[in-house]
Design a protein around this ligand. Structure first.
Ligand code: NAD
Length: 252
């Protein structure tokens, strides 16, 4: 038995013992669907970094430029499908009572994979918000016919309903994420570089309250040291292997 197989067996055994389970995902879980991560080598758009475009200041200066970037990203995401990692987490929502999925992703792929209760900490790229009225609408048109899109009632330039650098997270969603992290006995941390706060602090809170932490990420992160189990592999490889071990004991 390899070291990885041994770890897979041990994680599956803990899962079968019935702890409360939570998962925190980042853009890495969608990488295998073809969506670039921000910090990966494919994350650049024209000469810009995400940190220069996903800000209230950038939108105030040049809403059209910011929307061109979002329109480009919506085009990529619209052509991608959920992968095996998303699907396993969607099944676990049905399998484990009280399972909570917390995501930093804005791509909506967890919902498309069948997850119904998802705490989207950073919003959703398929939603638009009117800064004047505060109203949120879903819009899946891609490409968008007009940039920036405008509120049909008041004509104000709409913004993507996502959280930008320097903005606060939606309070109720964040509360839910803190509560789930504090209450879980096992937390999966999947595909996040753990740079962006406060999401990165959730696994630390869970660990402080006694939860075991399983990290799945091809790279070492700031959270690796705090993890009880670290898989240096892709989410779409590891999650299905854990899932396969749940019914019949250790996989052969
Ligand atoms: P990040 O880009 O900082 O880090 C991605 C992490 O995923 C890296 O640590 C990388 O090693 C890992 N990774 C790459 N491929 C993987 C795979 N196949 N399986 C498992 N892990 C893999 O992303 P972040 O930590 O989510 O933070 C960046 C911010 O960017 C978040 O706020 C998020 O909202 C936003 N973002 C979202 C999307 C999306 O919705 N898909 C895409 C890019 C960025």
């Amino acid at each position: 038995m390899t070291a990885t197989e041994d770890k897979l067996d041990r994680v599956a055994e803990i899962l079968r013992s019935g702890p409360r389970v939570a998962a925190l995902t980042g853009s890495g879980i969608s990488a295998e669907s073809g969506i670039p991560t921000f910090r990966g080598k494919d994350g650049l758009w024209r000469q810009f970094r995400a940190e220069e475009l996903a800000t209230p200041g950038a939108f105030a200066r040049d809403p059209r430029l910011v929307w061109e970037w979002y329109d480009w990203r919506r085009g990529i995401i619209g052509g991608c499908r959920p992968n095996r990692g998303h699907r396993v987490l969607a099944n676990w929502e049905k399998r484990f009572p009280g399972f909570v999925l917390i995501t930093q992703n804005v791509d909506g792929l967890h919902r498309r994979a069948g997850s119904e209760r998802v705490l989207e900490l950073h919003g959703n790229i398929w939603e638009m918000r009117c800064p004047a009225e505060g109203t949120v609408t879903e819009n899946r048109e891609s490409p968008l016919p007009e940039l920036p899109p405008r509120c049909p009632r008041c004509g104000t330039a709409l913004r993507p309903n996502v959280v930008w650098f320097g903005e606060s997270l939606p309070a109720e969603t964040l509360q839910g994420a803190y509560a789930a992290s504090a209450a879980c006995g096992l937390m999966f941390v999947v595909g996040t570089s753990a740079f962006v706060q406060p999401a990165a602090s959730l696994p630390l809170l869970a660990a402080e309250r006694g939860a075991r932490i399983v990290e799945i990420n091809p790279d070492i992160t700031a959270l690796t040291e705090a993890a009880d189990f670290s898989f240096r592999e892709k989410a779409g490889e590891i999650l299905p292997q854990i899932d396969a071990r749940l019914d019949g004991g250790a996989a052969q």
